[in-house]
Design a binder for this molecule. Structure first.
Ligand SMILES: Cc1cc2nc3c(=O)[nH]c(=O)nc-3n(C[C@H](O)[C@H](O)[C@H](O)COP(=O)(O)OP(=O)(O)OC[C@H]3O[C@@H](n4cnc5c(N)ncnc54)[C@H](O)[C@@H]3O)c2cc1C
Length: 394
């Protein structure tokens, strides 16, 4: 006797929706509903167009949620291993740089094209230019926009970040219609704004630095990497990772920047060991524009030698080189942020299936969830793993 396949509707053809579709199609008839003319629009922008889809270091402290205990239930070793195995089976050759996984081609389009090829092979129905703005449940069936009917649905409409890619937050409204709780939403992996009075002069400078984020004078997080100064504040991956730990209710948050690759003691010896000007000595380490500003802030003229400055000037110089303070006033908006912090309360989801505890047959995946990660492939991994769990268990 034949059996009738259940019909699964996937709302959103982003990364989490596509991965859900691939796993769900093994046992169901799957249709993806995507508002854009094509699938995976945001994926093409990831990793500066190179798609950093995974990371060798999958420590759980790279992931954030107001419900931390759920993280380890979703991001299990088996689920994480399946990401790499999946791409191996799919035939995507990877390039691993400092633990960051990219397609060997260096093009996000390789990942997109292989995924779309897989959807076709699995006969997944794809409906593009289709905006879902209404979901109702009658007699165990889900009715979309009063016209399409499914036995089960997976919602993967993304968060609020980069709304021009299609994720404008409508998914939260669809979930609220089913009485789901959405935790506080804020932009994350985003540029930090500051009222530092030298930003105009510092703007455009890029430098390797060690950054420490402080809240109420206590260390919150440290990051190392390339920092970029802008006219509104600071940017760069190290800044983005600190942005995920900001508390938007606290106005005593600041970052101390260490520009130097050596200790204060070694710096002092290095400076004393030459009769060059301080400017020339510092140029051995730093961008000359940065040296100019730091000398100006320390009230030291550019032609001075280390032996010629006062103890107060020395102290100021060392402070500015090793502990340069940038006060935080906020962040750039969702328009600029890579991810959304906050989302569907994980208490309301079964982490073993991604099914809603409130609405049978409704599953939620990807950035819509109150789960986000650092820069480095962690957010695509969240989208993949939650899609894998929902698609396999639906
Ligand atoms: C510039 C940038 C760079 C990034 N780089 C990286 C990186 O290198 N590595 C990494 O891990 N993460 C990166 N991220 C984050 C990552 O891209 C996202 O976390 C991930 O794409 C989330 O997947 P998702 O499927 O949940 O949502 P999205 O990818 O946002 O997909 C949601 C889809 O749903 C569609 N949709 C929304 N509402 C509806 C509706 N009502 N009806 C129909 N369709 C709808 C949207 O059009 C969209 O196609 C980056 C993000 C940005 C913005």
């Amino acid at each position: 006797m034949g059996y009738i396949m259940i019909k699964v509707g996937i709302i959103g053809g982003g990364y989490s929706g596509v991965i859900s579709a691939i796993y769900a199609s093994k046992n169901s008839e799957v249709t993806i509903l995507e508002r854009n003319p094509s699938l995976l629009k945001k994926l093409l922008l990831t990793g500066n167009g190179r798609c950093n889809y995974f990371n060798e270091d999958m420590s759980l402290d790279k992931f954030h949620s107001s419900n931390e205990s759920y993280i380890k239930e979703i991001l299990t070793k088996e689920n994480i291993k399946e990401v790499v195995d999946f791409y191996y089976r799919l035939g995507l050759f990877s390039k691993v740089k400092n633990g960051y996984y990219y397609p060997y081609s260096n093009h996000a389009s390789s990942v997109r094209d292989l995924l779309i090829g897989k959807l076709k092979e699995l006969n997944v129905n794809i409906k593009t230019d289709y905006l879902v703005n209404k979901i109702e449940k009658y007699n165990d069936k889900f009715i979309i926009n009063d016209e399409l009917e499914f036995d089960k649905i997976i919602i993967g409409t993304g968060g609020m970040a980069y709304p021009k890619t299609g994720s404008d937050g409508i998914g939260y409204e669809l979930l609220k219609d089913f009485n789901h709780n959405i935790t506080k939403l804020s932009p994350s992996l985003v540029q930090i704004t500051s009222n530092n009075k030298y930003l105009k002069e510092l703007s455009g400078i890029r430098c390797e630095s060690k950054l420490t984020l402080f809240k109420n004078n206590e260390i919150v997080k440290k990051e190392i990497g390339e920092l970029q100064f802008t006219d509104y504040g600071i940017s760069g991956i190290c800044t983005f990772n600190l942005s995920s730990r900001l508390d938007d209710k606290n106005d005593n948050q600041y970052i101390l920047i260490n520009f130097m690759p050596i200790s204060i003691k070694d710096f002092d010896l290095f400076m004393k060991s030459s009769s060059n000007t301080i400017f020339e000595r510092l140029e051995g380490f730093l961008n000359y524009k940065l040296v100019k500003v730091l000398l100006k802030i320390s009230s030291i003229s550019e032609d001075k030698k280390y032996s010629e400055i006062t103890n107060k000037q020395k102290e100021d110089l060392i402070n500015n080189l090793f502990n340069y303070r940038v006060n935080i006033i906020g962040t750039k908006s969702f328009d600029n942020s890579q991810v959304t912090k906050g989302g569907l309360d994980l208490n309301e989801i079964n982490p073993l299936t991604m099914e809603s505890k409130k609405v049978k047959g409704l599953y939620v995946v990807g950035e819509l969830l109150d789960l986000d990660g650092d820069c480095g492939g962690y957010n695509l991994t969240i989208a993949f793993v939650t899609g894998l769990i929902a698609g396999t268990n639906i």
